[in-house]
Design a protein around this ligand. Sequence first.
Ligand code: TLP
Length: 349
Amino acid sequence: MAEAKLIDLRSDTVTRPTPQMRAAMASAEVGDDVYGEDPSLNRLEQRAAEAMGKEAALFVPTGTMGNTIGIKIHTGHGDEVLCEAHSHVLDWEHSMMAWFAGCVARAVAAPGGILTWPAIAGALRQGGPNNAHTSLITLEDTHNMAGGTVYPQAAIDEICEEAHRRGLKVHIDGARIFNAATASGVPASRIARDADSVMFCLSKGLCAPVGSMLAGTGEAIARARIHRKRLGGGMRQAGVLAAAGLIALEQMTLRLAEDHANAKLLAEGVARLPCIDFDPSHVQTNIVIFDTLPLSVTTGQFSDALKDRGILANGVDHRRMRLVTHHDVTRADCEAAVEVIGESVSAFA
Ligand code: TLP
């Protein structure tokens, strides 16, 4: 008997390459990318640079490596990097800014994960006999652990302008920048226009099996290429991956509104449940995070209860659950998930 399908809402990282991607990968033109000779990868890097409105872009295996290198190219050993208190670069990348760039994070908690210039200004350090100076500000758009929130463009513009006036750089962790662009109607190239670098993922909601891009000036990306090699990320016939990445960039970016509508459906379903205090109007993109605190249950137990009923979802900490919509879950899957979450809430209430 065929096993029942699990509805996987753990992350958009679980998406699989589409049949079109697999076909493109099989017939991709390739060369040795460390010699700069992979035509598919060169095309992807050029298209990614255009999409971000930057001079150049670099293919990296993961978003974590893209952020790691993005931070390295703008900082010196011992500098401070200002980031939001629950940002991915701080909480989910194994202290990489300390490990690779020798930097310390200066964390600023911001409502909805969205930093503003006044919040940043108060936390900047100028350097002196007893303290290091801040050289870089990182922004996360969309902000994952705040529930996929989107930066107002005016906030990014102001942060970049004020930062540059003080000689500071700005890096955007835009793992889901196309979700931000879809939700706000602001093109990704405009979102990232004034930032010194931007990283975005081809995997996650865009369904490529592997890969992220780091974009910036030609000079910065030339230095980034050296750091990628240091990290062991100089790939050879990576055109097989670029072929999927090109489809991710050019086609899969166009369908994200569907995932946002499904997240809204989940959010509205969760908001109707007894005991769960949740405002669905905060859901802007494909991530729904809700609090299980009123239930006498850990998020681990809640996840297990969902899994027994065919739904995969993870807790992001001891009390909050995260649901992420993506290409590989349908509207009907989300409707079924709402039912199951309701049953599980009743079981624990
Ligand atoms: N996020 C993953 C987990 O690591 C939490 C997920 O399931 O959402 N920046 C942001 C904003 C991210 O959400 C992620 C991955 C990354 C960077 C890192 O990307 P990868 O996994 O490719 O290293």
